[in-house]
Design a protein around this ligand. Structure first.
Ligand code: CO
Length: 459
């Protein structure tokens, strides 16, 4: 009997996709003991936006959260999502920072580091993969899924072979927009399985309603792991429901390792929490709805709403059709980047600019300039030479890896922080989000001083 395993996303991707990662640790702590016994392959619980939101909105130390998760989930594999050389942010960090970040993530409890790059540029994934392996973690090499004339099966297979050579322990197909259909999933998983002998994990979102069918065909083609969310936090922009897939796959004769009774307990726990977020407006109806527009326009749902709000701000909603037609043209000009943060915003904003200015590439954002310089990595196809000339003038784009041009930054940041940092983890928080982390440290110190004064008075 073929075994299919589940990675539960409620603590990370479901939480991020439905309620902008607003679940504080204390809220879900009581259910961790059940999650630990549910029979999941892994629990995705850290990385992505967790780090940012902990510091910005929740007044939580993200590293402490990880330590607590490790303690409460002793039998589970903990998974994090890492944006390669960008770590958890939007810019490239020097290698010393990437290595330190990965090393401390593993040291504090992460078992699986899922590593991807928005452009699928493997040189942006290499250092993170290397360091994960060095520290004894499992590096999962993720490919960002998209469709374009250059995103062919054979190109994906080449990418996967290179990842295997780097020593990854599994391959993840990461469809961040939920645009991968069942046939595409079947073909891609089959091709990967033929090419490399590695477990394949498929990750998609329910946004367009394809996800259940996509997973079914992916499993038929030999996928070993699928990413799902416990039912109250499933559907819409999140993943499809864990219980539903367990039910259907078991019925089809697959060996499913999750425990139904425990899954019910976890679902019962999260139902009232979901209802609370619906009541206070954090969880919006549209996030739970099925939206097929991105199949029509081939652009992710989040990007479409960005486009709309931009046009609205400029009082130009009537130009939407033109902007929608311009978007794939800009993407083609830029060498078909997968539309994922941050490229989706860059491409969308440029399309709006091109339409409103009445002249293509008359106004160009500094992000597009950096992209054309090669600071985000190698583009899937070459950038259109005329566009490149228009954006860069006579300047030559970078030929090597952008991170190689960056000075080491860890020791410098450590010195800068002085006593405010109590450990190397603090220094990394500071490097990732300087203002947020500094405010957090100051607040932490002030709180402790208050407690200290109070204790003295008590005595
Ligand atoms: Co996702």
């Amino acid at each position: 009997m073929k075994k299919v395993q589940f990675t539960e996303t409620v603590l990370r991707d479901a939480n991020q996709s439905l309620i902008a990662t607003r679940l504080p640790y204390e809220v879900y702590e009581p259910i961790l003991d059940r999650i630990d016994k549910a029979g999941y392959y892994a629990v995705e619980c850290w990385g992505g936006a967790t780090f940012d939101v902990c510091l910005r909105y929740l007044n939580e130390d993200p590293w402490e959260r990880l330590q607590k998760l490790r303690q409460k989930l002793p039998n589970s594999k903990l998974q994090m999502l890492l944006r390669g050389q960008n770590l958890l942010g939007y810019k490239h960090y020097p290698d010393d920072v990437v290595r330190k970040f990965v090393a401390l993530s593993v040291k504090n409890g992460i078992d699986i580091v899922r590593i991807f790059d928005a452009l699928n540029d493997i040189t942006n994934m290499k250092v993170a993969i290397e360091e994960t392996l060095k520290c004894g973690g499992l590096a999962s090499g993720a490919i960002a899924y998209t469709t374009s004339p250059v995103h062919t099966l054979s190109n994906y297979v080449n990418l996967v072979k290179e990842l295997k050579q780097m020593g990854v322990g599994s391959i993840c197909i990461k469809d961040m927009a939920g645009i991968m259909g069942p046939k595409e999933a079947y073909d891609l998983v089959s091709a990967i399985k033929d090419a490399v002998d590695l477990p394949v994990d498929v990750h998609t979102h329910s946004t367009t309603g394809l996800a259940f069918m996509t997973y079914l065909k992916a499993v038929e083609a030999g996928a070993d792991i699928i990413d799902t969310a416990i039912s109250p936090f499933s559907g819409g922009t999140s993943q499809p429901a864990t219980e539903t897939l367990a039910y259907a796959l078991r019925q089809l004769g697959y060996e499913v390792t999750t425990n139904d009774g425990v899954l019910t307990e976890i679902a019962d726990f999260f139902k009232p929490i979901r209802d609370r977020y619906i009541a206070d407006g954090t969880l919006m109806a549209k996030s739970l709805a099925t939206d097929t527009q991105c199949l029509t326009y081939q652009i992710p749902g989040g990007m479409l709403s960005n486009l709309l709000s931009q046009l609205k701000m400029m009082n130009a909603l009537n130009r939407l059709d033109e902007a929608l037609l311009e978007t794939p043209k800009v993407r083609a000009d830029l060498g078909y980047p997968p539309l994922v943060t941050p490229t989706s915003q860059m491409v969308g904003a440029q399309a709006v600019q091109n339409v409103l200015a009445g002249e293509r590439y008359k106004n160009v954002s500094k992000e597009i300039v950096a992209y054309c310089r090669g600071e985000y990595g190698k583009t899937p196809a070459p950038i259109d030479p005329q566009v490149l000339k228009r954006v860069l003038g006579d300047e030559q784009p970078l030929t090597g890896r952008y991170a190689d041009t960056l000075e080491p930054a860890f020791e410098k940041a450590k010195a800068e922080l002085g006593d405010l940092a109590r450990c190397d983890e603090d220094v990394l928080s500071y490097i990732a989000f300087p203002q947020l982390a500094e405010a957090f440290f100051q607040n932490r110190q002030a709180q402790e001083e208050n407690v200290a004064t109070y204790t003295i008075q008590e005595a």
